[in-house]
Design a protein around this ligand. Structure first.
Ligand code: BGC
Length: 715
């Protein structure tokens, strides 16, 4: 028998934070959780602390998970074959308490039925391996809708939800997305991102609601409340996650996974980055995810401290004693802390640059001791992320399991900490009472309605000379489309079925188009105008009678979809971050993204192409109004590049950010006046300042901004 069996459980029931005496939502389940904890074997406890991705389970069985991919993509296999080939039996073997789905699907057709089946098989393994564990957790990145399922309704990304300023709507969205996730078998959502993006070059800016802490706090509270649907003491929805703790949006130059070069006090740092966690906690958020970002100005010094506890032990404080929030209230987090995807081993690499290299056991111990309860094991990764040829940090789930167990047995992880971590997980699990929706079609109908409202409220009218908008649909005889007006991939952005997103309408045609309500900009306009209207594309000439009152050019400019670091705008003034160094690749050049194989952008502007610029100049000569729509994950530079700059060359310009599947309809409603733009402290107003040029991409430039926070024209 292991010594942990003799532990007298002494989990602090006492204080929620600073003087509060009643146990919080999760701590109320302490006595029930202790009863379970005391019966669990050490292996069962360790199993609670590991969360592999489905793809990692599959990789543990065959290289790159080929066997699993083959079966899920090609053949219709029986349950036993899927379980074996996809490594689902490892859930039983290692007594795992959770799993996650990473960004990419495992199916050619990631349908609802496929996900339900896979998640049910995984849960079955859990039931056999963990009879004592109250619930198996299955995590997903429902970043803007239940995105893993093809044909799901896709909502605007957070940047657009910020523009709505509509807490009631965001709560409703959380509720339907939560239910949709439950319907597909997922009961843990890795959302909302509560980052304040301080530098627009950051490739995750669109995951941020905006730069005003108060707004982020309010929307975080609303979203979490919506996802989790707390009723009495029980969560009827899935678990939500406030991420990435903390300062993920505060890195120097906006480098993803970079360093927060902040030198002020902890209070200042919290004021600039922490308010989202206050809102999330007010809604009893069950989990938080740690950040990859570090708290020092160099990856070679103390940079790993963020992962291992924080320069000011900020994670420890938040989870143990509590932090005083910007509102003077005490905030102590008693739920589950999960690491980011392979966060601990990535941190260990940077740590090793100035310290003796850590063993896997030491890495796990440092991570867990800093307050991380669940280690997310995403994929096999090289010890040195600069060198893909270097040996992997771990080669199997067994390595990670043994490393944690050894750390415990060697005393690197104390009994008290092991108990704290497992108890956090169990008390949260005991608070769950998920209600799986029975009428999925009705749920999707409700989602489409909410997504349309959100998409409409997320549009910002930046320019509207001579009251170009709204157009009178009964007068519009000719429409010329310019740019990729028929591409849903651009409209949805990343984290849409696939991690990086994709150009094209691939997952949203046929029945999927109906269920998701997907309409491209072009389809939306075509559906809105009268039957007699004629359509033209590119540089086609309009008929001779085309004029200002019967014609319009609808021009689209867009960033291509990107997720995480692939969307960073590299900055020549700074040393390139690790993922741009490309070492270890035969023809690698600095500045090339090791994941994308593409050189990074150094300019954050959108311009018309040569062809578009010529067409637009021609149309302007004819006096035909130009209405430009922009799809982007952040405010872009719009007035550089003279003849090709969209702002001076458009009569009306709408920043649509990434509005989701209902974006095309929302835009056509706004263009033809069945939706009216609001202004001043309401929806349709900016939550980031809009830069004039590249000197204004880091925050606190509001004064000289092209458009300040709060800007947005009414029509
Ligand atoms: C991202 C997280 C995400 C996780 C799981 C990480 O790379 O930073 O936001 O939740 O992957 O997919």
């Amino acid at each position: 028998m292991h010594k942990h069996r003799f532990l007298i459980a002494c989990v602090a029931l006492a204080s929620t934070a600073h003087g509060a005496t009643s146990p919080d939502l999760y701590q109320k389940n302490t006595s029930q959780a202790i009863a379970i904890y005391q019966k669990m074997t050490l292996d069962e406890k360790i199993g609670q602390l590991i969360q592999p991705s489905y793809s990692y389970l599959a990789q543990s069985v065959s290289p790159q998970g080929e066997a699993c991919t083959k079966i899920l993509r090609v053949a219709k296999a029986d349950e036993a074959t899927i379980t074996r080939s996809c490594g689902l039996d490892l859930i039983k073997q290692y007594h795992l308490g959770s799993v996650l789905s990473g960004g990419d699907p495992y199916y050619n057709e990631p349908t609802l039925a496929n996900w339900v089946a896979l998640n049910a098989l995984a849960t079955k393994e859990h039931r056999i391996g963990n009879p004592l564990d109250p619930r198996f957790l299955i995590g997903n990145d429902a970043i803007h809708g239940n995105v893993h399922v093809e044909g799901a309704v896709i909502f605007p990304h957070n940047i657009g939800l910020g523009v709505t300023h509509d807490t009631k709507l965001v709560k409703q969205i959380g509720s339907v997305v939560g239910r949709d996730s439950l319907a597909s078998g997922f009961n843990w959502i890795f959302m909302p991102t509560v980052a304040i993006a301080h530098d627009l070059r950051w490739g995750r800016t669109y995951e941020s609601f905006g730069q005003q802490g108060e707004l982020v706090k309010a929307l975080a509270k609303a979203y979490v409340g919506g996802f989790q649907r707390l009723q009495g003491d029980k969560l009827l929805g899935p678990l939500a996650t406030a991420k990435h703790f903390i300062g993920d949006g505060a890195t120097q130059y906006g480098f993803d996974e970079g360093d927060d070069a902040y030198t002020g006090t902890q209070t200042d740092f919290w004021r600039l980055n922490g308010e989202g966690y206050e809102g999330a906690l007010q809604a009893h958020v069950a989990t938080i995810m740690t950040s990859y970002s570090s708290m020092d100005d160099s990856h070679t010094d103390n940079a790993t401290q963020m992962h291992f506890g924080g320069k000011w032990d900020i994670l420890k404080q938040f989870t143990q004693t509590g932090i005083t929030g910007t509102d003077g209230q005490a905030y102590r987090f008693s739920g589950i802390v999960v690491s980011d995807w392979n966060g601990p081993t990535r941190a260990a690499y940077f740590y090793s640059k100035k310290h003796p290299a850590l063993t896997l056991s030491q890495t796990m111990a440092k991570t867990i001791n800093s307050g991380v309860d669940i280690i997310m094991v995403g994929q096999t990764e090289s010890i040195n992320p600069f060198d893909h040829q270097s040996k992997p940090s771990f080669t199997s789930l067994g390595d990670v399991f043994t490393a944690i167990k050894t750390a415990y047995e060697q005393g690197l992880i104390s009994d008290v900490r092991l108990q704290d971590a497992v108890m956090r997980i169990l008390t949260v699990k005991l608070a769950m009472n998920p209600q799986v929706p029975t009428d999925y079609a009705a749920l999707q109908a409700q989602e489409r309605q909410l997504a349309l409202k959100a998409a409409s409220e997320s549009l910002v009218l930046l320019k509207n000379d001579h009251k170009t908008l709204p157009l009178n649909k009964s007068q519009v005889k000719y429409v010329l489309f310019s740019g990729e007006t028929n591409d849903l991939g651009l409209q949805n952005g990343a984290w849409t079925v696939t991690w990086q997103g994709q150009k094209s309408n691939r997952y949203f045609t046929g029945k999927n188009q109906i269920s998701s309500g997907a309409l491209t900009l072009e389809e939306g306009i075509k559906a809105s105008v009268g039957p007699g209207t004629l359509f033209y594309h590119g540089d086609e000439a309009l008929p001779r009678d085309a004029n200002a009152s019967n014609s319009v050019v609808i021009a689209l400019l867009a960033e291509v979809p990107y997720a995480e670091f692939t969307g960073d705008i590299a900055n020549s003034q700074a040393e390139d971050p690790w993922y741009l160094l490309n070492a270890g690749r035969p023809n690698g050049k600095p500045g090339t993204n090791i994941y994308m194989g593409l050189p990074q952008n150094h300019f954050m502007g959108l311009r018309f192409s040569d062809k578009q610029a010529m067409t637009i100049a021609r149309m302007k000569k004819q006096g035909i109004p130009i209405v430009t729509v922009i799809y982007s994950g952040r405010p872009m530079i719009l007035n550089e590049g003279l003849s090709k700059a969209p702002l001076p060359n458009s009569d009306a310009l709408i920043a649509a950010f990434l509005p989701g599947t209902l974006g095309g309809r929302a835009l056509s409603d706004a263009i033809f006046g069945s939706y009216h733009f609001k202004s001043k402290g309401q929806s349709n107003t900016l939550t980031f300042p809009w830069p004039q040029d590249m000197t204004q991409v880091a925050d606190h430039f509001s004064k000289g901004a092209l458009f300040p926070i709060g800007y947005g024209l009414a029509d």
